[in-house]
Design a protein around this ligand. Structure first.
Ligand code: ADP
Ligand code: ADP
Ligand code: MG
Length: 459
């Protein structure tokens, strides 16, 4: 087992990983930007080093500085968390060359699965259903012909895309050229690769993903699904497990497909296979995330396994001690992402000093965060500042429990999205469990309409 791990991340996920290390008796090395010198992860780690300026490009993405700290501090492994360097094959390759264990899959696997075009081809060849569409097309005229063949509406997606970037929806052929060029330009600027392909736009659809753990000896377990269809601009807001939409037969099929996907690439460590599920229970491989996911805590609560500890054990060469037959889920788990933003002002990000903080607690309530009273939320990073997760015996009870927990949550001094989350939990479609990825668009439209009617009646 490792005796020292460097955590190449910040915020709640850095804290989450440090906790796992401490529970396992492993010392921790934190890195931080100038703006983060008072951050929680810096206070909790055994050692900490500033790796650069406020912008992530200067610090949390500063590969030479991070690798220097790893070598100098004697860390045997690096946990990348999510986002930042977690899916950066070049960084992982450098770790391998420096003899530092990267807690995740190999650089080759990350490169292969991060290329969405290559991933689709590999999955198709392995017999995993993929979204209908075409491979990467360079030529605009060829792309137009492919678009006509696939049919509208469709999605143009960047091969190297991620985090919702480099995606364009096209309704009619007349819009195609502009969308194709702008998707390509956005991807070129964000990922240094403008190559795009086309997928049929499946509608209405649910986003359901399967969590996997794979050791280095070809043992794979699937920890079931997370339903992530409550999304705004491709960013997840609420996740739950089990999915209210899955019958046992479809769940088994999707779990088998996820295992097949991992086997096809000899996958190692924790990974997530994202699927689209249509209204006829057809499902399609969308992508594989080769890292710890933001919403991993949902699966941890529903299965009782610690995914981060398992990531570390697997990287150190341990075997999975659990088999598929010994994985059970308990009740229903729901997660709400708490963001520093103002939903009433177009979800404008908020920053500043937290004047008063009260976090919900009680049995089967988990709040992962890195904020504390008097902490100053800096303007440079992701707006997600916490994840509230609850577990209960039934879905209805879990919804009630989450509403109660949200009502207790107090973060004064900055704007947070608490109230809109509570509204979503009371929405009939959410309560019915029959919501799709359209949910937030409809929800916001209805809210706007209701506001207009109220305003008119007042006038
Ligand atoms: P999850 O399912 O874990 O929420 P997301 O796609 O939302 O996955 O990504 C998690 C984090 O990683 C987000 O902060 C997102 O902005 C960031 N991210 C995802 N893909 C990339 C990428 N290719 N480059 C940089 N950041 C990314
Ligand atoms: P990213 O790497 O940016 O996360 P994804 O390929 O995972 O990109 O797609 C982001 C989101 O867009 C998905 O979570 C899903 O809601 C939606 N989406 C992606 N592909 C399709 C599709 N073919 N049809 C309908 N919705 C889709
Ligand atoms: Mg995705």
């Amino acid at each position: 087992m490792f005796s020292k791990i460097l955590i190449a991340n910040r915020g709640e996920i850095a804290v989450r990983i440090i906790r796992a290390c401490r529970e396992m008796g492993i010392s921790t090395v934190a890195i931080y930007s100038k703006a983060d010198k008072n951050a929680m992860h810096v206070q909790l780690a055994d050692e900490s080093y500033c790796v650069g300026g406020n912008r992530v490009a200067d610090s949390y993405l500063n590969i030479p500085a991070i690798l220097t700290v790893a070598v100098e501090s004697g860390a045997q492994a690096i946990h990348p968390g999510y986002g930042l360097l977690s899916e950066n094959a070049k960084f992982v390759k450098l770790c391998e060359q420096c003899n530092i264990n990267f807690i995740g899959p190999t650089s080759d696997m990350i490169a292969m699965l991060g290329d969405k075009d290559m991933a689709r081809k590999t999955m198709r060849a392995a017999g995993v259903p993929v979204t209908p569409g075409c491979d990467v097309v360079e030529d605009l005229e060829v792309a137009k012909a492919e678009a006509e063949r696939i049919g509208f509406p469709l999605l143009i997606k960047a091969r190297s895309g991620g985090g919702g970037r480099g995606i364009r929806k096209v309704e009619v052929i007349e819009q195609f050229e502009e969308a194709f060029l702008s998707a390509s330009a956005e991807a070129k600027a964000a990922f240094g690769d403008g190559a795009c392909y086309i997928e049929k736009f499946i509608h209405p659809v649910k986003h359901i993903e399967m969590q996997l753990l794979c050791d280095k000896y070809n043992n794979i377990i699937c920890l079931g699904e997370r339903e992530c269809s409550v999304q705004r601009k491709n960013q997840k807001m609420i996740e739950e497990s089990p999915s209210p939409a899955l019958d046992e037969k479809t769940r088994k099929k999707m779990m088998a497909a996820a295992v097949k996907a991992a086997k096809a690439v000899n996958y190692v460590n924790a990974g997530t296979v994202e699927f689209l599920l249509d209204m006829d229970n057809n499902f399609y491989f969308m992508e594989m995330n080769t890292r710890l996911q933001v919403e991993h805590g949902v699966t941890e609560m529903v299965t009782g396994l610690d995914i981060v500890q398992w990531q570390i054990r697997i990287a150190a060469g341990a075997r999975l001690t659990r088999t598929q037959d010994s994985i059970f889920t308990h009740g229903n788990v729901i997660e709400c992402r708490i963001n520093a933003e103002n939903p009433e002002k177009g979800y404008r990000p908020s920053c500043g000093t937290i004047r008063r903080l009260h976090t919900p607690g009680g049995s089967f309530v988990r709040f992962d965060t890195a904020v504390y009273q008097d902490y100053v939320v800096p303007p440079y990073y992701d707006s997600m500042i916490g994840k509230l997760i609850v577990q209960a015996r039934s879905r209805a009870e879990a919804i009630r429990k989450m509403k109660m927990a949200l009502s207790e949550l107090t973060i004064d001094g900055i704007d947070i999205n608490r109230d809109i989350l509570a509204e979503i939990l009371s929405d009939d479609r959410f309560v019915s469990g029959e919501y799709t990825t359209d949910f937030m668009v409809d929800f916001e439209q209805e809210r706007k309409d209701a506001y207009k009617i109220e305003k008119e009646s007042r006038e």
